[in-house]
Design a protein around this ligand. Sequence first.
Ligand code: ATP
Ligand code: MG
Length: 399
Amino acid sequence: MQESEKILMIGYDEIGLKGNNRRDFINRLISHISHAAHIPQKDLEHRQGRIYGNFSQERKPEIFNRLTKIFGIKWFSEAELLPHSYEQLQEAALKAAKVKKKQGAETFKIETRRSNKDFELNSRQINVQLGDEVRINAEMQVDVHTPDVTFFVEVRRDHIYLYTDPHDGPGGLPVGSNGSVLLLISGGIDSPVAAWHLMKRGLAVDCVYFHSPPYTGEKALEKVRNLVRVLSQWNIESMQLFVPYFTGIQEQMVEEMPESIWTVAQRRYMHRIADRLLERESYHGLATGDSVGQVASQTLENLQQIDQSTDTLVLRPLTGFDKDEIISIAKEIGSFEISIQPYEDCCVLFAPGNPSTRVKGDRLAYEERKLDDDALIEEALTRMQVENYSGYKDQYEMS
Ligand code: ATP
Ligand code: MG
């Protein structure tokens, strides 16, 4: 990299990273940045706890937009790369201050960190000297508590870096660093938010949506596709959507089983079918958007019955969240507006008037024997659609 040019500077959270984990984390993060922000790997470099990148100014808005969706990034900024010379730092800071002043900034502070102890001035001396320079020559006032602009100076082993306005990244861990799960997605508000939390903890997510044509229409399916498109932006590679054919199971269920157990029974079938996909595609577990106690299917007794339908790990990342916390994340990630479209999924259409909140295991086993399970599950899988989405490639359309 040449000196005195603008480069991209990316910070990550090192807490809890050691040895091989740390190396994997960094390599994965660099490869995600390269893939999602379209920066060639050769233009990305890791030095002393930061990732640096070369980029062209025309691509800045696009690159910055993508960086906000790469888990593992704590913050990022455009930075000026300078040699170890106080004069050049002063010149660059003054230039930057004059630009900020023109844009309306009245107050500032300098925040210096020095890891290179050989540099002629220490952090405090840089703060004071550079502060005086900017105050006098750019005619701005110092405000250390709520400045209009902060000039960050980092004196590191290789260079001095000067930057303002760092942007927040989404934090978390790089997607895939902790394995992969298959999420049961409905068109509702909760399951997309569950997907986002799972990805944030380093899990790659694919989705399965149980569709019951003609009872659930193409619009309900399209709504789920749009949710998957939005979510796929965080999944780096792309996101698969499995759409098993659920009509057969629901039709027999309505014929054969008492209404009060439909809610739990259909969820048990969903988990069994999802479990077959899990074996086939080698996910580490299933996940749902359940939280405890909102509806009949979410009492602890019923959740237990749902979990006993398979031997598989089922993650429920929203268990500890209130509805308004879930809604606020849905709005932030852009799924909320899609989720509130009025096309109902199959659970709503086959919802009993008075669902049991405590279905007993032996009762379920007895009722389920009435269904032609194996054939129905087989049919659900053979008539399944498999789709692949990448939010960056597919133009996202609301229908
Ligand atoms: P959501 O907002 O995610 O729909 P919810 O609060 O409406 O959740 P339910 O409708 O009982 O609750 O669904 C609970 C969970 O069951 C969902 O979060 C999802 O994981 C799964 N689920 C429900 N319906 C479907 C479906 N048609 N296909 C796949 N998963 C489903
Ligand atoms: Mg729902």
